[in-house]
Ligand binder design. Structure first.
Ligand SMILES: [Zn+2]
Length: 385
């Protein structure tokens, strides 16, 4: 028996009384629960890319709602007797929030369709994100224009109506639809903005959407995927972002508007400091190279904080003065070492291969010089060399 879908004609129905048609104990995602069918329900089941309502049947939590062949199944934490009358109460905050997102999606897609000929090829509404997929590529300017127009439509508080037109009327009008629909077609009309086949609950006037904000968008399957937030979700997101911003400018001890300048100043300072440190380190390396006795054949230097260029220059200097293997390692036992090795007489590529085989080092080079990094301690490296 088909379940009477009360949300179909009244999206604002929060409470109802239904009669239990069937109740079956089932296993759902490793949990025992009850699959309950009523003669009628205000619970919207998961369909058309939108997750289900939540709420209660008497004192039992409704965890999920599904639809199959026009029968609506409530997955409840506890069961009922067949024939029993139960009081259903949907989580209105959750539902109204979904109605805001969903109606916002119609407005946005309607404007995208009317302005740029875009067709909606996908929609997803979960508790965390709202995405809509359009079949053409849109740029920033176009997205901004749609967003502005959508918010104008919200501000003008146009009526949103849902109805089942007769076959004659249906054949004569042009409406948006994501797929071929079997059975009666339910149309959702936002006057002068959009006409679309849809089964979900919507707000009754566009003003109740409150606000529509595009959070991000990008190329998707040859078209565009747009992330939007409406109403209270947009407000929550705004607050979250304000808090992020505030914690950043408080940390940097500046005003909000000075943030970009302050951050780019810090990046520049950091670059200068790194350059200065690398100069100092190069000086320290040269001092150490100068102090090495000239009659030594093999030389290995460990010093942290050296950049690749300084290490190569250091090895070049060492190779001019010493005949054996000249190696510089920079790093520490915790994070591993970068290395450069050079020699007039030894095969550096072969030594790099040896380090790779024995210590799992990465990198390589020529007979004269090789470089890479190794995740090993100084002790292990010295023993291996
Ligand atoms: Zn809809």
């Amino acid at each position: 028996m088909k379940t009477e879908a009360l949300f179909d004609t009244n999206a604002y129905l929060k409470d109802f009384v239904g009669k239990v048609i069937s109740c079956e104990e089932v296993q759902k995602e490793q949990e025992r629960c009850y699959k309950v069918v009523l003669d009628k329900t205000a619970f919207f089941p998961e369909q058309g890319g939108q997750t289900s309502d939540i709420g209660k049947l008497d004192n039992a939590q409704v965890l999920d709602v599904q639809i199959e062949d026009d029968v609506i199944y409530h997955y409840c934490a506890s069961g009922f007797l067949i024939g029993e009358e139960v009081h259903g109460k949907i989580d209105w905050k959750h539902r109204f929030n979904n109605m805001q997102q969903h109606t916002g999606e119609h407005i946005f897609t309607g404007v995208a369709h009317n302005t740029y000929g875009a067709d909606n090829v996908g929609f997803h509404l979960s508790d965390n994100t709202v995405t809509l997929d359009l079949n053409i590529e849109l740029n920033q300017e176009q997205i901004d224009a749609i967003e502005t127009k959508a918010n104008e439509i919200i501000a003008s508080d146009v009526a949103v109506k849902a109805y089942y037109p007769n076959q004659e009327l249906l054949g004569a009008i042009n409406y948006r639809s994501k797929k071929e629909i079997e059975g009666a077609v339910r149309l959702v009309e936002i006057e002068g903005v959009d006409l679309c086949a849809c089964c979900a609950p919507h707000v009754s006037t566009t003003g109740q959407v409150g606000l529509l904000k595009v959070v991000s968008f990008g190329k998707y399957k040859g078209g565009t995927r747009v992330y939007i937030l409406c109403g209270m979700r947009a407000l929550e997101d705004y607050n979250r972002r304000l808090q992020l911003l505030a914690s950043s400018y408080q940390l940097l001890n500046c005003k909000e508007d000075e943030l970009p300048e302050k951050v780019s100043g810090l990046i520049e300072d950091n670059k200068q400091l790194k350059y200065r440190i690398s100069e100092i380190k190069a000086g320290m390396l040269n001092d150490q190279i100068e102090r090495i006795l000239p009659d030594l054949t093999d030389v290995t230097i460990f010093m942290d904080g050296l950049d690749a260029k300084t290490m190569r220059e250091g090895v070049n200097t060492l190779v001019e003065r010493h005949d054996g293997l000249c190696a510089i390692f920079s790093g520490d036992d915790e994070t591993g070492y970068d290395f450069v090795i050079g020699s007039k007489t030894r095969d550096c590529a072969a030594i790099a291969t040896g380090l790779r085989e024995l210590l799992g080092a990465k990198g390589g080079g020529s007979k004269q010089m090789a470089q890479g990094n190794v995740q090993a301690t100084r002790n292990e490296i010295e023993r291996t060399l």
